[in-house]
Design a protein around this ligand. Structure first.
Ligand SMILES: *Cc1c(COP(=O)(O)O)cnc(C)c1O
Length: 355
């Protein structure tokens, strides 16, 4: 049949999922909602009027996020996960091969797909040794390309490292000179690094994207949001359909947001676990452990693919990257519960010892 041009060539995200006994392959939270939160969510869901289009629920969540971040409600947009937020931002700045979007490599694999889907020209900035970003070089790339949009993932997935707020500000300031928007994807910000939200007041080109999927364990509800200046949100809002968010997810996210203090102990726990696991993994011969400020750790190991298979046989699911450039022989391990972490760590240690 006559599909749109180049659809067949569109890269696809491998979302095939298996239900592992220990699932540490997608940076999800391995705990369900805190009991008190779950109870409130369930009670609230039973009262939702599903016969009506969502309206009030969107505004209500928006206002609460705005209040907490000391911005106005019209500076916030809510999406079906930050995935949709990023997709819409790419759509707003793409649309033609002359419109360029710069993003780091290796980083979140979806940037490439969204750039293609937005029919924008994707420009990949190669991260340096140990996946560090050289700010001057990044700025140079953006300016040389006269990019419409520049993206930073902070802390970066799947490498785990962060870049400082001063460096982000430097980028914001420089790329603003060519009227380039700067998107900072803060999917892991609750685990480390400094947020760029305060830059929005001073730089009209800055956009921050956040999600409920990682630290708040709400990946199944699909809720994310972005913060920017009013002029920016107004334009990006044009790319959304009316009523794009469903009420069930909106009210769930609102309760989670109101009760976010309930999440502090578990976020602390995941940070502690990340530090502990990093130290433990460093003791293993042949394993290189990358610095991380997230809820996961990236390692490099000569026999990564074999190790992944070995873990799979134990029903432990991890993420490897096949032949993806710069991520060969790498495995990403999401922090689970301490008991789960103990178990996969023991399995890795056993494998390394026997090789
Ligand atoms: C997980 C992730 C997202 C998107 O998560 P959503 O579930 O769509 O909110 C965005 N960016 C990065 C870097 C991620 O790792």
């Amino acid at each position: 049949m006559r599909y749109r041009k180049d659809l067949e060539k569109m890269p696809s995200y491998d979302g095939s999922e298996r239900d592992y006994r220990i699932k540490i392959n997608a940076n999800e939270c391995n705990l369900r909602l805190p009991p008190l939160v779950e109870e409130r969510v369930m009670a609230r869901l039973s009262r939702v009027a599903l016969n009506r289009y969502p309206n009030y629920e969107y505004e209500s969540l928006r206002e609460q996020i705005a209040q907490n971040l000391s911005v106005d409600a019209d500076q916030i947009l809510i999406g079906n996960g930050s995935s949709e937020i990023i997709e819409k931002i790419f759509n707003a700045f793409g649309g033609s091969n002359d419109n360029k979007i710069v993003y780091p490599q290796p980083s979140f694999s979806m940037y490439k797909i969204y750039a293609k889907a937005a029919e924008a020209k994707a420009i990949e900035y190669e991260l340096e040794e140990n996946y560090k970003m050289k700010v001057e070089k990044y700025i140079k790339t953006v300016k040389r390309e006269k990019a419409n949009l520049a993206v930073i993932c902070n802390p970066n997935n799947p490498t785990g490292n962060k870049i400082s707020l001063e460096e982000i500000e430097e980028i914001a300031k420089e790329v603003k000179k060519i009227e380039c928007a700067l998107l900072i994807d803060e999917a892991y910000i609750e685990f480390g690094g400094e947020t760029a939200v305060e830059l929005i007041k001073r730089y009209e080109n800055v956009i921050v994207a956040r999600t409920f999927s990682k630290a708040y364990g709400l990946a199944g509800a699909r809720v994310g949001y972005m913060i920017a200046n009013r002029e920016v949100t107004k334009m990006i809002e044009k790319t959304y359909m009316p009523y794009h968010m469903n009420k069930l997810s909106l009210v769930t996210a609102e309760i989670v947001y109101q009760m976010r203090e309930e999440y502090e102990p578990r976020i602390e726990m995941m940070i502690e676990e990340r530090k502990r696991m990093s130290e433990e993994l460093k003791k293993e011969k042949g394993i290189k452990v990358y610095e991380s400020e997230t809820n996961f750790v990236l390692i490099r190991y000569e026999k990564a693919e074999e190790l992944k298979k070995y873990l799979e046989e134990l029903n432990i699911g991890v993420r490897s990257f096949g032949k993806t450039a710069r991520l060969e022989k790498c495995i990403r391990l999401t922090m689970g519960t301490p008991a789960e972490n103990e178990e996969w760590l023991r399995a890795i240690k056993k494998y390394v010892k026997e090789k």
